[in-house]
Design a protein around this ligand. Sequence first.
Ligand SMILES: NC(=O)c1ccc[n+]([C@@H]2O[C@H](COP(=O)([O-])OP(=O)(O)OC[C@H]3O[C@@H](n4cnc5c(N)ncnc54)[C@H](OP(=O)(O)O)[C@@H]3O)[C@@H](O)[C@H]2O)c1
Length: 347
Amino acid sequence: MGEIRSSTYAPSSNFNSVKTYWPTQVRKIQTLDFGGTKEQVHERSDWPKEKYQELFKNDTIAIIGYGSQGSGQSLNAKDNGLNVIVGLREGGKSWEQAKKDGWVPGKNLFSINDALSRGTIIGNLLSDAAQKELWPQFVPHLKKGKTLYFSHGFSIVYKDQTHVVPPSDVDDVSGKAKDKAVALGVSIGSGYLYETTFQKEVFSDLVGERGVLMGAIQGLFLAQYEVLRAHGHTPSEAFNETVEEATQSLYPLIGQNGMDWMYAACSTTARRGALDWYKPFHDATKPVFEKLYASVADGTETRRTLEKNSSPTYREDLEKELKEIRESEMWRAGKTVRRLRPEWKDD
Ligand SMILES: NC(=O)c1ccc[n+]([C@@H]2O[C@H](COP(=O)([O-])OP(=O)(O)OC[C@H]3O[C@@H](n4cnc5c(N)ncnc54)[C@H](OP(=O)(O)O)[C@@H]3O)[C@@H](O)[C@H]2O)c1
Protein backbone atom coordinates (compact mmCIF):
# COMPACT_ATOMS: atom_id res chain seq x y z
CA MET A 1 0.00 0.00 0.00
CA GLY A 2 1.28 3.45 -0.74
CA GLU A 3 0.49 6.93 0.28
CA ILE A 4 0.79 10.25 -1.43
CA ARG A 5 1.74 12.95 1.01
CA SER A 6 0.81 16.45 0.13
CA SER A 7 2.31 19.78 0.88
CA THR A 8 1.14 23.29 0.35
CA TYR A 9 4.58 24.73 -0.05
CA ALA A 10 5.58 26.07 -3.44
CA PRO A 11 7.78 23.72 -5.45
CA SER A 12 11.31 24.58 -6.43
CA SER A 13 11.79 25.58 -10.03
CA ASN A 14 15.04 23.75 -10.61
CA PHE A 15 14.10 20.35 -12.00
CA ASN A 16 14.66 17.80 -14.71
CA SER A 17 11.61 16.24 -16.23
CA VAL A 18 10.94 12.70 -17.40
CA LYS A 19 7.99 11.23 -19.26
CA THR A 20 6.00 8.63 -17.42
CA TYR A 21 3.20 6.59 -19.00
CA TRP A 22 0.23 6.22 -16.71
CA PRO A 23 -2.89 4.15 -17.26
CA THR A 24 -5.20 7.09 -17.93
CA GLN A 25 -2.98 9.64 -19.53
CA VAL A 26 0.46 10.56 -20.74
CA ARG A 27 2.07 13.45 -18.96
CA LYS A 28 5.29 14.73 -17.57
CA ILE A 29 6.04 13.88 -13.97
CA GLN A 30 8.66 16.13 -12.50
CA THR A 31 11.76 14.52 -11.07
CA LEU A 32 13.46 16.96 -8.76
CA ASP A 33 16.86 16.84 -7.19
CA PHE A 34 16.48 17.02 -3.41
CA GLY A 35 20.01 17.62 -2.19
CA GLY A 36 21.42 14.98 -4.54
CA THR A 37 18.56 12.45 -4.37
CA LYS A 38 16.08 12.42 -7.23
CA GLU A 39 12.40 12.13 -6.30
CA GLN A 40 9.18 12.33 -8.27
CA VAL A 41 6.83 15.15 -7.42
CA HIS A 42 3.24 15.49 -8.58
CA GLU A 43 1.99 18.98 -9.18
CA ARG A 44 -1.39 20.60 -9.66
CA SER A 45 -0.71 20.99 -13.35
CA ASP A 46 -0.64 17.17 -13.63
CA TRP A 47 -4.35 17.16 -12.80
CA PRO A 48 -6.28 20.14 -14.16
CA LYS A 49 -9.78 20.49 -12.72
CA GLU A 50 -11.62 19.10 -15.77
CA LYS A 51 -9.47 15.98 -15.65
CA TYR A 52 -10.17 15.04 -12.05
CA GLN A 53 -13.83 16.04 -12.40
CA GLU A 54 -13.99 13.53 -15.28
CA LEU A 55 -12.16 10.84 -13.26
CA PHE A 56 -14.51 11.23 -10.28
CA LYS A 57 -17.72 11.96 -12.21
CA ASN A 58 -19.41 8.77 -11.01
CA ASP A 59 -18.04 8.90 -7.48
CA THR A 60 -19.44 10.04 -4.18
CA ILE A 61 -16.65 11.14 -1.91
CA ALA A 62 -17.62 10.50 1.70
CA ILE A 63 -15.50 12.40 4.19
CA ILE A 64 -15.86 10.91 7.65
CA GLY A 65 -14.82 13.36 10.37
CA TYR A 66 -14.71 17.14 10.37
CA GLY A 67 -11.58 18.26 12.25
CA SER A 68 -9.09 20.50 10.46
CA GLN A 69 -8.57 17.81 7.79
CA GLY A 70 -12.18 16.73 7.23
CA SER A 71 -13.48 20.28 7.02
CA GLY A 72 -10.68 21.56 4.77
CA GLN A 73 -10.66 18.57 2.45
CA SER A 74 -14.43 18.29 2.08
CA LEU A 75 -14.96 22.00 1.46
CA ASN A 76 -12.11 22.20 -1.05
CA ALA A 77 -13.25 19.13 -2.97
CA LYS A 78 -16.84 20.44 -3.04
CA ASP A 79 -15.66 23.87 -4.25
CA ASN A 80 -13.66 22.05 -6.92
CA GLY A 81 -16.85 20.54 -8.29
CA LEU A 82 -16.75 17.01 -6.86
CA ASN A 83 -19.71 15.19 -5.39
CA VAL A 84 -18.87 15.27 -1.67
CA ILE A 85 -20.81 14.19 1.39
CA VAL A 86 -19.81 14.38 5.04
CA GLY A 87 -20.42 11.67 7.67
CA LEU A 88 -20.52 12.64 11.36
CA ARG A 89 -22.08 11.68 14.64
CA GLU A 90 -25.31 13.63 14.91
CA GLY A 91 -25.40 16.45 17.42
CA GLY A 92 -21.60 16.44 17.98
CA LYS A 93 -19.44 19.55 17.80
CA SER A 94 -18.47 18.72 14.22
CA TRP A 95 -22.08 18.20 13.14
CA GLU A 96 -22.94 21.73 14.28
CA GLN A 97 -19.84 23.16 12.62
CA ALA A 98 -20.60 21.35 9.36
CA LYS A 99 -24.12 22.83 9.32
CA LYS A 100 -22.65 26.29 9.88
CA ASP A 101 -20.33 25.67 6.93
CA GLY A 102 -23.30 24.96 4.67
CA TRP A 103 -23.59 21.17 4.74
CA VAL A 104 -27.26 20.17 4.79
CA PRO A 105 -28.54 17.17 6.78
CA GLY A 106 -30.10 14.59 4.47
CA LYS A 107 -28.59 16.22 1.37
CA ASN A 108 -24.82 16.11 1.85
CA LEU A 109 -24.48 15.67 5.64
CA PHE A 110 -25.26 12.21 7.01
CA SER A 111 -24.69 9.93 9.95
CA ILE A 112 -21.40 8.07 9.70
CA ASN A 113 -23.19 4.89 8.75
CA ASP A 114 -25.25 6.51 5.98
CA ALA A 115 -22.25 8.32 4.54
CA LEU A 116 -20.22 5.11 4.55
CA SER A 117 -22.95 3.33 2.68
CA ARG A 118 -23.33 6.11 0.06
CA GLY A 119 -19.62 6.81 -0.49
CA THR A 120 -17.63 5.15 -3.27
CA ILE A 121 -14.47 6.92 -2.11
CA ILE A 122 -14.24 7.08 1.67
CA GLY A 123 -11.89 9.43 3.49
CA ASN A 124 -11.32 8.22 7.04
CA LEU A 125 -10.61 11.55 8.71
CA LEU A 126 -11.77 10.77 12.20
CA SER A 127 -9.31 11.39 15.00
CA ASP A 128 -6.77 8.57 15.09
CA ALA A 129 -8.24 7.23 18.36
CA ALA A 130 -11.77 7.27 16.86
CA GLN A 131 -10.50 5.44 13.76
CA LYS A 132 -9.70 2.50 16.01
CA GLU A 133 -12.98 2.72 17.93
CA LEU A 134 -15.22 3.04 14.87
CA TRP A 135 -13.40 0.66 12.52
CA PRO A 136 -15.98 -2.13 13.01
CA GLN A 137 -18.61 0.29 11.62
CA PHE A 138 -16.53 0.83 8.48
CA VAL A 139 -15.91 -2.80 7.62
CA PRO A 140 -19.37 -3.82 6.29
CA HIS A 141 -19.36 -0.82 3.92
CA LEU A 142 -15.96 -1.47 2.38
CA LYS A 143 -17.27 -3.41 -0.57
CA LYS A 144 -15.21 -4.49 -3.56
CA GLY A 145 -14.46 -1.58 -5.88
CA LYS A 146 -14.71 1.12 -3.23
CA THR A 147 -11.71 3.27 -2.37
CA LEU A 148 -10.55 4.01 1.16
CA TYR A 149 -8.05 6.70 1.99
CA PHE A 150 -6.37 8.12 5.08
CA SER A 151 -4.46 11.32 5.74
CA HIS A 152 -2.12 9.62 8.17
CA GLY A 153 -0.58 6.14 8.28
CA PHE A 154 -1.24 5.77 12.00
CA SER A 155 -4.18 3.33 11.95
CA ILE A 156 -2.70 1.21 9.16
CA VAL A 157 0.88 0.97 10.39
CA TYR A 158 0.03 0.27 14.02
CA LYS A 159 -2.62 -2.27 13.06
CA ASP A 160 -1.59 -4.56 15.92
CA GLN A 161 -2.91 -1.90 18.26
CA THR A 162 -5.68 -0.32 16.16
CA HIS A 163 -7.00 -3.48 14.41
CA VAL A 164 -7.58 -1.37 11.28
CA VAL A 165 -6.99 -3.80 8.40
CA PRO A 166 -8.72 -2.86 5.13
CA PRO A 167 -10.14 -5.69 3.03
CA SER A 168 -7.87 -6.74 0.18
CA ASP A 169 -10.35 -5.83 -2.60
CA VAL A 170 -10.77 -2.10 -1.88
CA ASP A 171 -8.48 0.18 -3.87
CA ASP A 172 -5.05 -0.28 -3.95
CA VAL A 173 -5.97 -3.23 -6.22
CA SER A 174 -7.45 -1.72 -9.40
CA GLY A 175 -4.13 -0.48 -10.74
CA LYS A 176 -5.59 3.04 -10.65
CA ALA A 177 -5.19 3.77 -6.96
CA LYS A 178 -2.13 5.93 -7.45
CA ASP A 179 -3.86 8.00 -10.12
CA LYS A 180 -6.84 8.45 -7.84
CA ALA A 181 -4.65 9.39 -4.87
CA VAL A 182 -2.84 12.10 -6.80
CA ALA A 183 -6.04 13.45 -8.39
CA LEU A 184 -7.77 13.48 -5.02
CA GLY A 185 -4.77 15.17 -3.42
CA VAL A 186 -4.99 17.97 -5.97
CA SER A 187 -8.78 18.25 -5.64
CA ILE A 188 -8.56 18.72 -1.86
CA GLY A 189 -6.21 21.64 -2.39
CA SER A 190 -2.65 20.29 -2.16
CA GLY A 191 0.02 22.43 -3.75
CA TYR A 192 2.16 19.45 -4.66
CA LEU A 193 2.52 15.82 -3.63
CA TYR A 194 5.42 13.49 -3.08
CA GLU A 195 5.46 9.74 -2.75
CA THR A 196 5.97 7.86 0.47
CA THR A 197 4.69 4.76 2.23
CA PHE A 198 2.29 4.60 5.15
CA GLN A 199 5.17 3.59 7.41
CA LYS A 200 7.60 6.27 6.31
CA GLU A 201 4.91 8.94 6.56
CA VAL A 202 3.83 7.98 10.05
CA PHE A 203 7.34 7.57 11.43
CA SER A 204 8.55 10.91 10.07
CA ASP A 205 5.34 12.69 11.05
CA LEU A 206 5.37 11.45 14.65
CA VAL A 207 9.06 12.26 15.00
CA GLY A 208 8.58 15.72 13.47
CA GLU A 209 5.73 16.86 15.68
CA ARG A 210 7.34 15.48 18.83
CA GLY A 211 10.64 16.95 17.69
CA VAL A 212 11.52 20.16 15.95
CA LEU A 213 7.98 21.16 14.96
CA MET A 214 6.60 21.35 18.47
CA GLY A 215 8.03 19.21 21.28
CA ALA A 216 11.70 20.05 20.90
CA ILE A 217 11.03 23.68 20.15
CA GLN A 218 9.07 24.30 23.36
CA GLY A 219 11.82 22.43 25.25
CA LEU A 220 14.57 24.56 23.69
CA PHE A 221 12.68 27.82 24.14
CA LEU A 222 12.03 27.01 27.79
CA ALA A 223 15.60 25.94 28.58
CA GLN A 224 17.05 29.15 27.13
CA TYR A 225 14.38 31.32 28.77
CA GLU A 226 15.02 29.74 32.18
CA VAL A 227 18.77 30.24 31.92
CA LEU A 228 18.35 33.90 30.98
CA ARG A 229 15.89 34.46 33.82
CA ALA A 230 18.13 32.68 36.32
CA HIS A 231 20.89 35.12 35.39
CA GLY A 232 18.76 38.15 36.10
CA HIS A 233 17.34 39.03 32.68
CA THR A 234 13.82 40.43 32.66
CA PRO A 235 10.93 38.39 31.22
CA SER A 236 10.54 40.78 28.28
CA GLU A 237 14.22 40.53 27.41
CA ALA A 238 14.33 36.76 27.86
CA PHE A 239 11.20 36.29 25.75
CA ASN A 240 12.36 38.60 22.98
CA GLU A 241 15.78 36.96 22.70
CA THR A 242 14.26 33.48 22.80
CA VAL A 243 10.91 33.43 21.02
CA GLU A 244 9.92 36.73 19.50
CA GLU A 245 12.99 37.30 17.36
CA ALA A 246 12.93 33.68 16.31
CA THR A 247 9.32 33.44 15.19
CA GLN A 248 8.86 36.98 13.93
CA SER A 249 12.16 37.75 12.36
CA LEU A 250 14.62 34.91 11.81
CA TYR A 251 12.55 31.79 11.14
CA PRO A 252 10.56 33.27 8.24
CA LEU A 253 13.85 34.35 6.67
CA ILE A 254 15.37 30.90 7.16
CA GLY A 255 12.24 29.47 5.51
CA GLN A 256 12.61 31.81 2.57
CA ASN A 257 16.36 31.64 2.03
CA GLY A 258 17.99 28.80 3.95
CA MET A 259 20.32 28.74 6.95
CA ASP A 260 23.54 29.69 5.13
CA TRP A 261 21.81 32.87 3.93
CA MET A 262 20.72 33.63 7.50
CA TYR A 263 24.23 33.14 8.82
CA ALA A 264 25.62 35.32 6.04
CA ALA A 265 23.06 38.07 6.63
CA CYS A 266 23.48 38.51 10.40
CA SER A 267 26.18 40.43 12.27
CA THR A 268 29.71 39.03 12.36
CA THR A 269 29.34 38.46 16.11
CA ALA A 270 26.09 36.53 15.73
CA ARG A 271 27.50 34.55 12.80
CA ARG A 272 30.63 33.41 14.67
CA GLY A 273 28.58 32.27 17.68
CA ALA A 274 25.92 30.49 15.63
CA LEU A 275 28.54 28.63 13.57
CA ASP A 276 30.37 27.51 16.70
CA TRP A 277 27.33 26.60 18.81
CA TYR A 278 25.13 24.67 16.38
CA LYS A 279 27.48 21.71 16.77
CA PRO A 280 27.21 21.30 20.57
CA PHE A 281 23.41 21.66 20.25
CA HIS A 282 23.41 19.05 17.50
CA ASP A 283 25.52 16.65 19.59
CA ALA A 284 23.42 17.20 22.73
CA THR A 285 20.07 16.65 21.01
CA LYS A 286 20.85 13.87 18.50
CA PRO A 287 20.65 11.11 21.14
CA VAL A 288 17.22 12.46 22.16
CA PHE A 289 16.07 12.27 18.53
CA GLU A 290 17.38 8.68 18.28
CA LYS A 291 15.44 7.79 21.43
CA LEU A 292 12.35 9.48 20.01
CA TYR A 293 12.64 7.59 16.68
CA ALA A 294 12.95 4.30 18.54
CA SER A 295 9.89 5.11 20.63
CA VAL A 296 7.92 5.83 17.43
CA ALA A 297 9.19 2.74 15.61
CA ASP A 298 8.47 0.29 18.43
CA GLY A 299 4.90 1.56 18.89
CA THR A 300 5.40 3.13 22.33
CA GLU A 301 4.20 6.53 21.09
CA THR A 302 1.11 4.95 19.56
CA ARG A 303 0.21 3.06 22.72
CA ARG A 304 0.46 6.28 24.71
CA THR A 305 -1.53 8.29 22.14
CA LEU A 306 -4.35 5.76 21.97
CA GLU A 307 -4.46 5.37 25.74
CA LYS A 308 -4.46 9.11 26.54
CA ASN A 309 -6.70 10.16 23.64
CA SER A 310 -9.43 7.64 24.36
CA SER A 311 -9.56 8.35 28.08
CA PRO A 312 -12.97 9.57 29.30
CA THR A 313 -11.21 12.53 30.95
CA TYR A 314 -9.27 13.39 27.77
CA ARG A 315 -10.53 16.97 27.40
CA GLU A 316 -10.07 17.89 31.10
CA ASP A 317 -6.59 16.32 31.24
CA LEU A 318 -5.55 18.10 28.05
CA GLU A 319 -6.84 21.45 29.31
CA LYS A 320 -4.79 20.99 32.51
CA GLU A 321 -1.60 20.47 30.50
CA LEU A 322 -2.28 23.36 28.14
CA LYS A 323 -3.13 25.63 31.08
CA GLU A 324 0.23 24.87 32.64
CA ILE A 325 1.98 26.08 29.47
CA ARG A 326 -0.38 29.02 28.96
CA GLU A 327 0.12 30.21 32.53
CA SER A 328 3.88 29.71 32.60
CA GLU A 329 5.82 32.93 32.94
CA MET A 330 7.37 32.58 29.49
CA TRP A 331 4.07 32.41 27.61
CA ARG A 332 2.40 35.01 29.83
CA ALA A 333 5.30 37.28 28.89
CA GLY A 334 4.66 36.27 25.28
CA LYS A 335 1.06 37.40 25.50
CA THR A 336 2.21 40.87 26.54
CA VAL A 337 4.90 40.94 23.85
CA ARG A 338 2.39 39.99 21.15
CA ARG A 339 0.27 43.00 22.07
CA LEU A 340 3.23 45.27 21.41
CA ARG A 341 3.49 44.25 17.77
CA PRO A 342 2.55 47.20 15.54
CA GLU A 343 0.03 45.07 13.68
CA TRP A 344 -1.70 43.91 16.90
CA LYS A 345 -5.47 44.47 16.97
CA ASP A 346 -7.65 44.00 20.05
CA ASP A 347 -10.53 41.55 19.51
N1 LIG B 1 -4.66 18.07 12.22
C1 LIG B 1 -3.67 18.02 11.35
O1 LIG B 1 -2.91 18.99 11.18
C2 LIG B 1 -3.45 16.79 10.49
C3 LIG B 1 -2.55 16.88 9.45
C4 LIG B 1 -2.39 15.78 8.62
C5 LIG B 1 -3.09 14.63 8.86
N2 LIG B 1 -3.93 14.54 9.92
C6 LIG B 1 -4.66 13.30 10.10
O2 LIG B 1 -6.01 13.48 9.61
C7 LIG B 1 -6.92 12.70 10.40
C8 LIG B 1 -7.95 13.64 11.00
O3 LIG B 1 -7.30 14.57 11.85
P1 LIG B 1 -7.97 15.96 12.28
O4 LIG B 1 -6.93 16.70 13.07
O5 LIG B 1 -8.62 16.61 11.13
O6 LIG B 1 -9.19 15.49 13.18
P2 LIG B 1 -9.33 15.34 14.77
O7 LIG B 1 -9.53 16.71 15.31
O8 LIG B 1 -8.28 14.47 15.31
O9 LIG B 1 -10.71 14.52 14.76
C9 LIG B 1 -11.88 15.14 14.68
C10 LIG B 1 -13.05 14.33 14.18
O10 LIG B 1 -13.16 13.04 14.80
C11 LIG B 1 -14.51 12.91 15.27
N3 LIG B 1 -14.58 11.99 16.39
C12 LIG B 1 -13.74 11.89 17.44
N4 LIG B 1 -14.15 10.89 18.28
C13 LIG B 1 -15.27 10.37 17.71
C14 LIG B 1 -16.15 9.32 18.07
N5 LIG B 1 -15.94 8.59 19.16
N6 LIG B 1 -17.21 9.06 17.26
C15 LIG B 1 -17.42 9.79 16.14
N7 LIG B 1 -16.61 10.80 15.74
C16 LIG B 1 -15.56 11.08 16.51
C17 LIG B 1 -14.88 14.33 15.69
O11 LIG B 1 -16.29 14.46 15.75
P3 LIG B 1 -17.02 15.23 16.98
O12 LIG B 1 -16.83 16.69 16.75
O13 LIG B 1 -18.41 14.76 16.86
O14 LIG B 1 -16.30 14.80 18.22
C18 LIG B 1 -14.26 15.14 14.58
O15 LIG B 1 -15.10 15.27 13.46
C19 LIG B 1 -6.07 11.96 11.42
O16 LIG B 1 -5.72 10.71 10.89
C20 LIG B 1 -4.85 12.86 11.55
O17 LIG B 1 -3.72 12.18 12.05
C21 LIG B 1 -4.15 15.61 10.71
